[in-house]
Design a protein around this ligand. Structure first.
Ligand code: ZN
Length: 493
């Protein structure tokens, strides 16, 4: 092995270990830690974040990276690691260590303030934190901005490399043109579908049992994964052999837990499928947030809401909840899980309105980061946009601007990745169907074939390729949102 790379590896191991510890604390805060732990744990996490910062940002690493950049001796993986580290280094070094630590501590407190604000339905509890988070992100973006970029461009590019305001304005405009008329058509159809079965009382323990089963059915491996509960379903990746997902169960909503389970399992399958050689390196995660979402949404929506998927397993669900579903036919269930209806909550929205929920957040974020929009006026802006795009207006902030955790964790610019992920998934599906009979595979319950295809085409590469490169290699053409529009039109027309 290249000697310089070996020296770099020592720093890298330390950097990865500290980050793994931070991730584990995050998981613990989400699932297990008591509320009173926040203050002390925030301090510990702040110190660890500072250590992680110095493990990467130090003169020795800087020199090694300079020497290794473009070095001919490195193999493909080493080259990709060096390239990624140079980017991480540039991004991290641009922000003073003290400010980075202060920001991390602020995030820990903000999450608690957000949770309390949401619970008490009181935006004013979260507002002062949000104001500080926005101020930090603006300052950080200013440190890193390249010529011709706005602050929000910097943040967008962090989550989805190669996507800027210009691309997203165009993308969302296209989606809006297609979705709004489709949604109007749905209103007429909606009346004939009875979905009341979904809101009956469903025993939580039985839901948990079924979700554990369906997670494994689609390919989440129990030996390398953990399932738990949290306020907000999410996936945490320590490395490919320790992937953790959470879910949230509601007594009066069966769909919520089932589709969250399929969604997070989709994320988990991606992480478990990353090549062994890449795991626990700086390129050992998913290619981008959008690519990650494309995988979770592919499982959740593209196949998970299809009749072919449910045909072999609906009987099991019916058996588990015979009292509630005994009289509900497969056809009725499929119509129910595909019902498009504008609502207030993003995570409970259907495939058709989902992107409109994202567009609201995109417009709000643009105002937050690229202007001096007053924080106290954000809830009203949010409500106005919901009325404009979806025709519904939140009556309380807990169902409005307080519903998502993302801003509390300081992640501005993340939401658009969800919409891009949907579009990636539709384009990937278009290619997959040309190469195999997806419907027959689903009807036969051979989900491993789907997992294998995605693993070979996408998962194994981790971050060796960018999302745009993956799209090109898998589908033979550049990212093209038209496939997504065709997919929605075919499904909802
Ligand atoms: Zn997701």
């Amino acid at each position: 092995m290249n000697q310089k790379f070996e020296q770099l590896q020592t720093h890298l191991d330390r950097f990865m270990a500290l980050n793994t510890a931070i991730t584990l604390f995050d998981w613990d805060s989400d699932t297990t830690a008591p509320p009173a732990a926040t203050e002390r744990t925030a301090k510990v996490k702040g110190i660890l974040a500072n250590e992680a910062y110095h493990a990467l940002v130090n003169p020795e690493v800087e020199q090694l990276l300079n020497e290794l950049k473009g070095h001919k001796d490195l193999d493909e993986i080493q080259t990709a690691i060096v390239k990624q580290l140079c980017e991480d280094f540039e991004k991290t070094a641009a922000i003073p260590a003290k400010e980075n630590q202060e920001f991390k501590e602020l995030v820990s407190h903000s999450i608690c303030a957000w949770a309390r604000a949401k619970k008490e339905d009181d935006f004013s509890v979260f507002a002062p934190y949000l104001e500080k988070l926005i101020a930090y992100q603006k300052k950080f973006a200013d440190y890193r901005k390249k010529e011709g970029q706005t602050r929000y461009d910097v943040l967008l590019n962090d989550f989805e490399k190669g996507f800027f305001i210009e691309d997203l304005d165009r993308f969302f405009d296209k989606i809006k043109q297609a979705v709004v008329p489709l949604l109007k058509e749905q209103k007429a159809k909606e009346k004939g579908i009875d979905k009341s079965y979904n809101f009956l009382c469903y025993d939580i323990e039985k839901q948990k049992e079924f979700c554990a089963w369906i997670s494994e059915y689609i390919g989440f491996e129990r030996e390398r994964g953990v399932r738990s509960e949290g306020e907000h379903p999410c996936t945490t990746n320590l490395h490919r052999d320790d992937v953790r997902i959470t879910n949230h169960f509601y007594e009066n909503n069966l769909e919520s837990a089932i589709f969250s389970e399929i969604h997070e399992s989709g994320h988990g399958i991606y992480e478990m499928g990353i090549s062994e050689k890449l795991s626990q390196t700086p390129i050992g995660g998913g290619a981008s947030c959008g690519m990650h979402e494309s995988q979770s949404r592919f499982y959740e929506n593209v196949i998970g809401r299809s009749k072919a998927f449910w045909k072999p397993i609906y009987g099991k669900l019916q058996e588990t909840f015979s009292e509630q579903l005994g009289e509900v036919s497969l056809e009725q269930f499929i119509a129910g899980i595909n019902l498009a209806k504008p609502g207030l909550i993003r995570t409970e929205s259907d495939e058709l309105t989902y992107c409109l929920h994202i567009m609201v957040r995109y417009e709000v974020e643009k105002k937050m980061i690229n202007s001096d929009y007053p924080v106290e006026k954000l809830p009203e802006l949010w409500n106005d946009l919901y009325e404009e795009y979806l025709g519904v207006r939140p009556q309380k902030d807990s169902e409005g601007i307080l519903q998502d955790i993302h801003w509390a964790t300081g992640d501005f610019g993340y939401f658009p990745s969800y919409a891009i992920g949907n579009a990636f998934a539709a384009q990937i599906y278009h290619t997959m169907k040309q190469q195999m009979d997806v419907e027959a595979i689903l009807e036969a319950g051979e989900l491993d074939k789907i997992k294998q295809w995605l693993g070979e085409q996408i998962h194994q590469y981790g971050m060796m390729k960018s999302a745009r490169e993956i799209m090109k290699d898998v589908t033979g053409e550049e990212f093209n949102p038209d496939y997504y529009i065709q997919y929605l039109e075919k499904k909802y027309k």
